[in-house]
Design a binder for this molecule. Sequence first.
Ligand SMILES: Nc1ncnc2c1ncn2[C@@H]1O[C@H](COP(=O)(O)OP(=O)(O)OP(=O)(O)O)[C@@H](O)[C@H]1O
Ligand SMILES: [Mg+2]
Length: 253
Amino acid sequence: MRNSMPHIVVENLTMRYGEFLIQKDLSFTVNKGDIFVVMGGSGCGKSTLLKHLVGLVVPYSGRVSYNGKSFWDATTNERDELLRRVGILYQKGALWTSMTLAENVAMPLSQYTTYSKSQIDEISRYKLALVGLSGFEDYYPSEISGGMQKRAGLARAMALDPEVLFFDEPSAGLDPISSKLLDDLILELNRGLGATIVVVTHELPSIFAIGSNSVFLDADSKTMIACGDPKELLRTSKDPRILRFLTRGEREA
Ligand SMILES: Nc1ncnc2c1ncn2[C@@H]1O[C@H](COP(=O)(O)OP(=O)(O)OP(=O)(O)O)[C@@H](O)[C@H]1O
Ligand SMILES: [Mg+2]
């Protein structure tokens, strides 16, 4: 059963790059165990929102809190501790190309833990096995397919057993079957490990298959125009912008 304990709370968040407003007045809650989808047209600020959620960019105004603690009001130590429990799969450049898959997964472990070399090897193998990449430990990213690269990126994001995983368009560029496999993997992580997952995606099948909650960012008004379970939004929303997005333009109201 899903509980509804708040995990990440966003309050009145306004994001800018210099004078350029990206999104304003965002307020929403990601609950523990949610698969939370960030939706919206290209360039509306989805990746920027993810960067704000993981502390890579300081909000222009407003607040992001984890487990009731405001991120930017926390001490540097508290922030580091928090970030250790977060895994990220970026939109671009998921893997270090000069390292094998095992070395990629080992990297955060050697950086953030005091495990021995053999413990790190064992954990890296295990994480790669979880994403179906047993036997590919010594391959370089250029030697495997795009779908396998995404899965290896996922293994690296999971290296430190994060409580929250952020994925920026994990299935972009994948064929429908690889994309479905990735969705299954995300569901398994969510159900099996209880991880909270925040995912940016435009893939409608993914949104409906895995999303339990969402926020919709609008590029024109530069703010959120909906939040909640995407299936419910499809059923109940009267907003043509939401319906257009969720039906690929087939329904407007
Ligand atoms: N570091 C930056 N400095 C200045 N402007 C930026 C920076 N990063 C992104 N932008 C601008 O901010 C806006 C939002 O970008 P962002 O990458 O967050 O959008 P997105 O919704 O993730 O788009 P996409 O769907 O194409 O991935 C864009 O206009 C982009 O050009
Ligand atoms: Mg993006």
